[in-house]
Ligand binder design. Structure first.
Ligand SMILES: [Ca+2]
Ligand SMILES: [Ca+2]
Ligand SMILES: [Ca+2]
Length: 338
């Protein structure tokens, strides 16, 4: 081999070596492992660059955050919660946004690029099945700690190197039975959040999981509306914030009055970045107007095609609603792969 050939060979080898050392480390972890926190409530998991998690999807993303390109501070956004199964008593949020430059030096997704990403992550790459709440999935991706939770996301980078993947393990296994809790399990007698870094009690134990709180009242119905927050209180006067999603039930139906039950995803978004022991809330993606339980049962009565407002009759009100929303499309679900 002459000197030029040797040099050429060496130069050709360099990119291969760089690519190999650049390969992110990845491991399958439980939600419990991924959500570990220190005494300040700050995430401590850092064993690998990427993680693989499995569990049940708790929400339809467009009922929680608006995926429409160009909306909101972060542009179009997408988020699902995945609850661990069996002994894996934890859960993880998976998030994607459009305007990463708002929080990092990364570029933003164009509207077109965002739609491509939403179409990709809404579907199982192997079957093209569109994910919904109640599916068992596997997520492979990078992660980043934010205000109390370690989220799987793209680390706020548009480079496809930071993509996460959602894959179907089993469709329609069903939404998990919510764990029934009382407010005194998550609030102390002075109505402060109970924070336990061991995560065996208090708010951390229920984070990113489906819970049910029975026999509470909404004390501020004037705050009812999509993306708003209302407050519930129990017979002992303990309170808890309930973040309402953007499901259309919060516009269609009145705030339920009197004593109700609430089924919600137990969430945290702490007030600080480095001490994350507050900011817990219950997140209800949608409401079906049943009057007794703040949830969307997902089993609509009536079976009348065209009854858009689900009042069991097809009339001008349905037509008016149809006209008002004529030609709307849901980003990431409509118009993919055309
Ligand atoms: Ca936390
Ligand atoms: Ca991406
Ligand atoms: Ca109707």
């Amino acid at each position: 081999m002459n000197r030029i050939m040797v040099l050429t060979t060496v130069l050709l080898l360099i990119p291969a070596v760089v690519a190999r050392s650049d390969e992110p480390t990845v491991a399958e972890v439980t939600h419990w492992q991924l959500q570990a926190v220190d005494a300040d409530g700050v995430g401590t998991y850092d064993a690998t660059d990427k993680v693989i998690i499995t569990g049940i999807v708790l929400n339809n993303p467009e009922e929680m955050l608006n995926p429409t390109p160009g909306t909101g501070f972060m542009g179009g956004e997408w988020q699902i919660y995945i609850q661990g199964e069996g002994g894996d008593h934890a859960g993880t949020a998976v998030w994607l946004g459009q305007y990463y430059s708002k929080v990092t030096s990364s570029d933003d997704y164009t509207d077109e690029e965002l739609l491509g990403e939403l179409c990709r992550i809404n579907r199982d790459p192997n079957t093209d099945y569109i994910f919904a709440a109640g599916d068992r999935v596997k997520v492979t991706g990078w992660y980043k700690f934010y205000k109390g939770k370690t989220n799987v996301n793209e680390k706020h980078e548009v480079d496809p190197y930071f993509d996460f993947e959602v894959e179907l393990i089993k469709p329609v296994v069903g939404i998990p039975q919510p764990e029934i809790i009382t407010l005194d399990q998550v609030k102390d007698i002075d109505d402060n959040y109970i924070f336990d870094a061991s995560r065996l009690t208090g708010c951390e134990y229920y984070q990113a999981r489906l819970v049910r709180i029975d026999d509470v009242n909404i004390i501020d119905p004037e705050n009812w509306g999509p993306d708003n927050t209302v407050t519930i209180t129990d017979a002992n006067g303990l309170t808890f914030p309930v973040k309402l999603g953007i499901g259309d039930g919060f516009t269609r139906f009145d705030c339920p009055a009197g004593q109700i039950d609430v089924i919600a995803i137990f969430d945290q978004e702490s007030s600080g970045y480095m001490v994350c022991k507050d900011g817990y809330r219950l997140w209800v993606p949608d409401y079906d107007g049943n009057g007794l339980v703040l949830t969307d049962r997902g089993h609509e009565r009536g079976n009348l095609p065209g009854d858009i407002n689900t009042d069991y009759q097809v009339d001008f009100l349905d037509f008016a609603e149809l006209a008002e929303n004529w030609l709307q499309q849901r980003a990431g679900l409509s118009g993919c792969y055309e």
